[in-house]
Write a protein that binds this ligand. Structure first.
Ligand SMILES: Nc1ncnc2c1ncn2[C@@H]1O[C@H](COP(=O)(O)OP(=O)(O)O)[C@@H](O)[C@H]1O
Ligand SMILES: [Mg+2]
Length: 381
């Protein structure tokens, strides 16, 4: 395959953040040239002042640079003419019909999977604290603990109880946090710990799908998914149901963890899952004497983020309070000041990495009409 074709194929995994469909399928990607490891890509948007332009630009660049034979990319941004826009609407409508979500989660709701490839690096602790930080800023945050073998989020978030179903839909357990709330469902609720150990492959994938499709996630602004280490099947099941899902890759500063995380990220990309950023955890600690100790080495997060061409979103120091907070169901972020590391991470996600839907929009106006068109054609057919 020619480099330009490979690039077009790779760009087909970039979604228009609002329409939830591939920018290639929507006809937004025009000419592509690749020569001397340099790519020139023409992308047309629906309106000139599209506020989501920077997100689309970033996703296109990241997708292009993730190919081995491309080092630089020039983006030529344009605007679709009236005819092209009408064609885009038509494709978006067809797409919306074919992909009518089988879930209560709209394709515009950001879904973040916390992944690492390796256990014990702090995925669950980060999921819990990030969920609380996002909720504290007034949002409703869904949390799915998809780690059936090592579920921990009920304990970490201090949310316990029996899950009930209304009209066949599992109702997540809730906890309010500041002006927001957390809604939790855990795979751990399906089976007791001894049983869970016996769950394998397909059973787990089916269970994960149920937690997405047969659960009432209505009203959430974000969905965070904590996953067991090294399980590509689960990621693929999730990506099929939630095409907007992106991955946050957690690593410690050690070279070994970084290599495993790189493999997880590589697998994600091959499965058309976007990698949105790297979080380095256990980045040494500063003792009361002011001296810094890099217990697990240094720089793993930064070099992984450079290798993957994605931002390093946070460097979280070793902090015994993280474990203690988790044991009591009171995530450490609750005691953190507003400029603490988890609040900063949440802010970065809201501002930059995965802005909540509805804040801004260039295609949002179209969505309404598409939804109406789909509804009316469903009635007539
Ligand atoms: N930054 C940190 N400082 C101190 N302990 C941490 C930190 N991050 C995680 N831990 C501890 O490390 C252990 C593993 O964390 P966990 O979140 O369960 O990892 P994972 O979900 O990746 O397996 C837990 O005991 C947790 O309290
Ligand atoms: Mg875990």
């Amino acid at each position: 395959m020619q480099a330009a074709d490979r690039l077009r194929e790779r760009l087909s995994q970039v979604l228009d953040p609002e329409l939830g469909a591939s920018i290639v399928e929507l006809g937004m990607v025009g000419e592509i040239e690749v020569s001397d490891r340099r790519a020139v890509v023409h992308v047309s948007l629906t309106t000139v002042g599209c506020p989501l332009r920077s997100q689309i630009e970033r996703d296109v660049k990241e997708a292009a640079l993730s190919l081995d034979d491309i080092d630089t990319i020039d983006l030529v941004m344009g605007v679709l003419d009236a005819e092209a826009k009408a064609a885009l609407m038509k494709r978006a409508r067809t797409f919306a019909q074919a992909n009518a979500p089988s879930t209560s989660i709209p394709t515009q709701t950001p879904v973040l999977m916390i992944a690492s490839g390796k256990g014990g690096v702090g995925k669950s602790s980060i999921t819990a604290n990030l969920a609380v930080a996002l909720a504290a800023s007034g949002r409703c945050v869904g949390v799915l603990d998809a780690d059936i073998w090592g579920f921990s989020l009920s304990r970490l978030l201090g949310i316990h109880g029996d899950v009930t179903a209304i009209d066949g839909k599992m109702q997540p357990l809730e906890r309010s946090v500041g002006a927001g709330a957390i809604k939790l469902l855990s795979m751990g609720l399906l089976a007791d710990e001894d049983q869970a150990l016996m769950w394998r492959g397909l059973m787990v994938q089916k269970a994960v799908a149920q937690f997405i499709e047969d659960a009432d996630w209505s009203g959430i602004d974000y969905l965070l998914i904590d996953t067991p280490p090294g399980t590509g099947d689960i990621a693929m099941t999730l990506a099929r149901l939630l095409p907007q899902m992106g991955q946050l890759v957690v690593t410690t500063p050690t070279v070994a963890a970084q290599r495993v995380a790189a493999r997880a990220a590589d697998f994600a990309r091959k499965s058309n899952i976007r990698v949105l950023g790297v979080i380095e955890n256990m980045s040494g600690f500063t003792c009361t004497c002011g001296e810094r100790h890099n217990v697990f080495g240094e720089g793993g997060g930064r070099s992984l983020s450079e290798e993957l061409h994605v931002p390093l979103l946070a460097e979280i120091e070793l902090n015994a309070a993280i474990g203690e907070g988790g044991d009591h169901g009171e995530p450490v972020v609750l005691a953190e000041s507003d400029d603490g590391v988890f609040h900063q991470l949440a802010q970065r996600i809201v501002d930059d990495v995965a802005p909540p839907f509805g804040a801004v929009g260039c295609s949002a106006r179209m969505l309404d009409s598409i939804a109406k068109a789909v509804a009316s054609s469903a009635q007539t057919s």
